[in-house]
Design a protein around this ligand. Structure first.
Ligand code: DX5
Ligand code: ZN
Length: 227
């Protein structure tokens, strides 16, 4: 499933399962799918690059056959190259790495693409878009972190809207946004050029299908008005 490469100008959304009940993961994902989710965002954290510790390729391998949606792995880890083969074997559709944690980014992105997944970079809030300018030919999408990676439920950093706008001027690659996305912030990032909306706490704080649908609709409405 090549979601990012076949988006064109569509706005889509997906749940970040960090905010889900991990004991009922597949069910939690299905609830968001009922609300129109088109991907599942899977946060791997290592207590090194970020202070938190979450899930890895074993959980991804269990989730992939249980969902119809492409699984989008976001690796907030040092040395992602060590984990990428296992995530590819697990069948994830896309993998983003944090370029701040990678020494040989070209090699890392090639590893992802050669394994048949779409490749992305996730930029910390203060990492400039120019940092990845020379990586653009090896990317299928760019993920803008609109909070500091590591935890769900943080407040959206408003300056990231300008950063998305800058990235949009640099590239036609799809821009994904992660962190503090709600029905209120989704229109701001879509208006600036983002197309893939990831939301964790805003989806799982209530009925996931209803909340997911609200966020996607808010983003699509903004796209209609601004394009
Ligand atoms: C943060 C993670 C996000 C997180 C978003 O490090 O990458 O995916 O789950 O959570 P919310 O939507 O609650 O900000
Ligand atoms: Zn994430």
């Amino acid at each position: 499933m090549r979601l990012f490469s076949s988006l064109h100008d569509r706005v889509v959304g997906g749940p970040s399962i960090l905010a889900a009940n991990f004991a009922r993961l597949a069910e939690e994902v299905r609830k968001a799918e009922d609300g129109g989710a088109e991907l599942v965002h899977f946060d791997a954290m290592d207590n090194q690059f970020v202070p938190n510790l979450t899930i890895g390729p074993l959980v991804a391998a269990s989730l992939v056959p249980e969902t119809n949606l492409p699984v989008d792995a976001h690796l907030m880890v040092q040395n992602p190259d060590n984990l990428i083969p296992a995530f590819l074997d697990a069948g994830v559709a896309s993998i983003s790495v944090q370029p701040e944690a990678v020494t040989h980014l070209h090699r890392t992105l090639s590893l992802i693409r050669d394994g048949g997944a779409e490749a992305g970079v996730a930029l910390n809030p203060t990492t400039p878009p120019e940092f990845i300018e020379w990586a653009l030919p090896y990317l299928d999408f760019v993920l803008v972190m609109s909070v500091n990676p590591g935890f769900g439920g943080q407040t959206f950093i408003p300056q990231m809207v300008e950063k998305i706008r800058r990235l949009r001027e640099m590239t036609d690659l799809p821009i994904e946004v992660d962190g503090g996305i709600t029905a209120e912030t989704a229109p701001l990032v879509v208006e600036a050029g983002a197309q893939v909306l990831i939301a964790g706490s805003a989806v799982y704080k209530g009925d996931p299908a209803t909340e997911m649908r609200r966020i996607i609709e808010a983003g699509r409405q903004a796209a209609l008005q601004s394009r």
